[in-house]
Design a protein around this ligand. Structure first.
Ligand code: 2HA
Ligand code: ZN
Length: 270
């Protein structure tokens, strides 16, 4: 058995959590990441038949039965992931149609997965149904996106168009746009279901006055989506109170679609 601390997926997970913390997106115990892994990959590093503990999830997700996830722990600080990955991360296998998870590695202080596990698992199921290559769900509290939800309409088309207009890159990076949920109680199955529903049509889902969810085929894709949307929100907050003299026109957006072979969300451009 090889040492999981040396696995490429593991090193990338630790680096990503650290990087997110360094960006100021994950103060204290905020944020969470889950990474879907293939059994063949997992089996190189852990005995998949050696169950350390069985953890109840409180929700059903039959689509995820038998799937493996590396996931951040509840109450754990992203700041500390790099120093004690075995305490702050856990590797679980989903069983019983999603109702339970077998802990195979990690959470070594007796901990368990993130309180946002329902939103993560339901979002994985939703993204896999539209993109079988999806592997990552990532949640954090990026400052400018959060600030924007206090002063900008939460209408998804308007929110998306404002972000697209803030830097040329945006429509290229997230042509599917940004979906938005109003403030809801976090950590519940209800917000999990609502997030998953929003994940069917976009890889970015804003939780108003709370934070942001991103999905991707790898950690870089999810991280890059957040990074780009957050940069756009920062620019918006720098200019929102000033008279607008120029913008990126819809005509220019159509040129970007052609140049970068992307298709803007239906009905979002005129
Ligand atoms: O895990 O960010 O939404 C801490 C949170 C809850
Ligand atoms: Zn949060």
């Amino acid at each position: 058995m090889k040492d999981i601390l040396t696995a490429e997926f593991f090193v990338e997970m630790v680096r990503t959590a650290t990087n997110m913390y360094n960006h100021g997106w994950d103060e204290r115990n905020s944020g969470n990441i889950s990474l879907l892994l293939d059994e063949s990959e997992v089996a190189k590093y852990v005995d998949v038949n050696r169950v350390l503990r069985t953890l109840p999830t409180g929700f059903k997700a039959p689509e995820l039965n038998g799937k493996y996830f590396l996931v951040t722990g509840t109450g754990k600080y992203f700041k500390n992931v790099q120093y004690a990955p075995d305490v702050n991360l856990g590797l679980v296998k989903i069983i019983d149609d999603g109702m339970n998870a077998q802990l195979l590695w990690g959470f070594s202080d007796g901990g368990k997965f993130t309180s946002e596990f329902p939103a993560h698992m339901m979002s994985h199921a939703a993204r896999l149904s539209v993109n079988p290559a999806n592997r990552v769900i990532m949640h954090c509290h990026p400052t400018n996106i959060l600030a924007m939800t206090y002063v900008h309409t939460l209408d998804e088309r308007e929110f998306t168009r404002t972000l697209w207009q803030m830097c040329t890159e945006c429509i290229v990076v997230f042509p599917d746009g940004v979906n938005v949920l109003p403030w809801m109680l976090c950590g519940t199955n209800e917000i999990g279901e609502a997030t998953a529903e929003k994940m069917r049509t976009a890889r970015l889902v804003v939780w108003a006055q709370h934070g942001l969810y991103a999905a991707g085929a790898d950690l870089d894709e999810a991280f890059g989506l957040i990074e780009t949307a957050e940069k756009a929100a920062e620019i918006y907050l720098k200019i929102a109170h000033l008279p607008l003299v120029n913008t990126i026109s819809d005509e220019a957006m159509h040129l970007l679609e052609g140049r970068f072979a992307v298709k803007a969300r239906d009905g979002y451009l005129s």
